[in-house]
Design a protein around this ligand. Sequence first.
Ligand SMILES: [Zn+2]
Length: 398
Amino acid sequence: MKRRGWAHVLGIVIATWLVFLLHSCTAPSAYRDVFRLGEITRPPLVQIGLGAYLRVEAAPVAVRGPCAVQGDRRDELRGDARLRDGRIEVAGKPYDGDEVRIVPEWDGTLEVGSRRYHGDLIVKRDREKITLVNEVDLERYLKGVAGKEMSPSAHAEALKAQIIAARTYATYEIRAQTLRRVKGERFDLYDDQRSQVYGGLERETAAISALVDETAGMFVVWEDRVFKAYYASTCGGRTEASWSVMGDGDRIPPLAGTTCEYCAGSKYYEWKAAFSKTDMSRRLFPDDPRAKVRSVRVSSALPGGHATQVAVTLENHSREKFLDANRGFRLALDSAKLRSTLWVSVEEKGEEIVVHGRGFGHGVGMCQVGAYRMADLGHDAVRILEHYYPGAQVKKLY
Ligand SMILES: [Zn+2]
């Protein structure tokens, strides 16, 4: 009996270990407990780094009304934040410590430069300079994102899908601490395309605020976790796997890419960009004045068609030169003209190279223009999100 008991325990230990081993093999490492839905019970606070004031000497700050600066009550605040003699100074008064928190008594009276913000402002010491960080709760933050990331005149269901995706993306980033861990930043999100475009009160409208309230606490989830719900302007017909394009995002079905018939015919669905061979040679090979581009071809692409590598043939060179399609070619040439890396063909036309492409943006996650179209066709926000994040569900967590 005793022996059987031990064998039983040993069996359980081995079985547990096998399950753990199997789980650790199949579950992506980035998939940690912090993303579990049970952990999300109220809107988290978000810290947003203000792009114009990252590691600057000084920044103009104001509060139109009463506020507290590190607990010091003031009737009003107007002046610069800066480092002076190793201490953070706000409107002429120095404070000890690595950060100084400015708390307006009335919401919306906080100003940085020409922009107004909800929530608090934190002046952080950052590599011998200062960085300004706006801290606000997630739902307030979304009111400043939705009008910047999509046209406020879009169909309400498309805007709701956008808001739910943005809420999920932000929550993932807060929990993953990506910017703090990877970039050494002292906040959760940038206020520009590097994260999500956020303008404080700038583009907030009553209509968008109502949609944020209507969808409060709704997330797009996979199994029992939030994930990095990417989105971009126009996919061009098919989205790609996040890990292939961005080098991150979990290897889960909602981020694996899907077809999109909804952005066809939109403004950036098809485009072409022409470059003179001389200009292209100079930009692609700045260190080699004799380089002269003869032709270009896509030498490697992802399943959705986004190029990952191009091969460039130079005059008087028998071997092709291989370049990374995004960093080595698109960004080196002109990222505004080459709106994506989804290139249908690259044509040699006399003294010019013409790239025929589709879509606008990185092509991962929800296609925003496709979402507009789906909403116009009568699909609701949940259906839109389920289409662009296959296998995912929408859930209300608070
Ligand atoms: Zn699309």
